[in-house]
Design a binder for this molecule. Structure first.
Ligand SMILES: *[C@@H]1O[C@H](CO)[C@@H](O)[C@H](O)[C@H]1NC(C)=O
Ligand SMILES: *[C@@H]1O[C@H](CO)[C@@H](O)[C@H](O)[C@H]1NC(C)=O
Ligand SMILES: *[C@@H]1O[C@H](CO)[C@@H](O)[C@H](O)[C@H]1NC(C)=O
Ligand SMILES: *[C@@H]1O[C@H](CO)[C@@H](O)[C@H](O)[C@H]1NC(C)=O
Length: 250
């Protein structure tokens, strides 16, 4: 009689323990990690506050290109990612004034086809070559440093290279506070002030954190889900423990 009770019980224990373990694993390893191909979109989504950059990378196929190139390159890559705030501080209509080809060039200008750690920025020689090419006249990008501070200047605007969002020795992604405007696209003063189309305004949907979310704050809005998962895991583990004791005492 004991056996008839404990057999299904022990099965339950095994199932509960298994679930307990998988829940814990899911919590211990939430990041994409080195396993599997690197996915720039995923990295930026996880960091939050890059919705416009992600959208532009998508429409220009730049994200696919980066993912593919990373897989085949020995030199690695560096991506300078402007925040949503950087895009919303552009003059209205700036993005809409660009042709598809120019949007591709704008995205290429934010990608350096080699891996640069923060300290390597100190020793890089100017101008730095981006994926957009032609550093001499059309797409120059200069790095200036002072102490640990790193700025880049395009000849049209200057941006500060803020914290690293992601680095793995192959891919480095840094947050920048301005959209890097290439000389060839924005250098010449435009003869006519284009009226700003309303559709150019980025959607005001603020992601996690304030404007100064500081270090590597990993998306506050995911904490709810994490707490949920933690609770789930705890319940499963508690259940497993109780069942475990129950089998011993039956
Ligand atoms: C990269 O991640 C995005 C969003 O998480 C997803 O839509 C896309 O399919 C992924 N790309 C690849 C090549 O896995
Ligand atoms: C990466 O490259 C290898 C060989 O070069 C190829 O077999 C694999 O499919 C590529 N993976 C992706 C995600 O492109
Ligand atoms: C970087 O830019 C900031 C803001 O424009 C400026 O205050 C700082 O002096 C610059 N630093 C360097 C090293 O160019
Ligand atoms: C970048 O630096 C080079 C070499 O120092 C200089 O000739 C060039 O004018 C600079 N360009 C910009 C856009 O700052």
């Amino acid at each position: 009689m004991m056996k008839q009770v404990s057999f299904p019980l022990s099965l339950l224990v095994i199932i509960a323990l298994f679930q307990c373990q998988t829940e814990i694993q899911a919590q211990v390893a939430p990041s994409p990690g080195p396993a599997g191909p690197t996915n720039i979109t995923k990295i930026l989504e996880k960091a939050g506050q890059f919705t416009t950059f992600i959208r532009l990378m998508k429409v220009t196929s730049m994200s696919d290109q980066i993912n593919n190139q990373l897989n085949n390159s020995q030199n690695g890559m560096t991506v300078l990612a402007p925040t949503d705030n950087a895009f919303s501080s552009l003059k209205a209509g700036t993005l809409n004034s660009l042709t598809d080809q120019q949007k591709v060039q704008l995205m290429q200008f934010h990608v350096i086809p080699s891996y640069l750690s923060m300290s390597q920025f100190q020793t890089v020689s100017n101008p730095v070559r981006t994926q957009a090419g032609d550093v001499s006249a059309r797409f120059p990008l200069n790095v200036t440093t002072s102490g640990n501070q790193v700025n880049v200047s395009t000849g049209v605007d200057d941006a500060t290279v803020d914290n690293a969002i992601y680095t793995d020795g192959q891919l480095a992604v840094y947050q920048v506070d301005k959209v890097l405007l290439p000389l060839s696209l924005f250098g010449a003063p435009s003869p006519a002030e284009a009226p700003a189309p309303l559709s150019a305004l980025p959607k005001k949907k603020k992601p996690s954190g304030g404007p100064e979310s500081g270090d590597d704050a990993p998306a506050a809005d995911s904490s709810g889900a994490a707490a949920d998962a933690a609770l789930h895991g705890m319940v499963a583990c508690l259940g497993a423990g109780i069942l475990f004791l129950a089998t011993f005492w039956s």
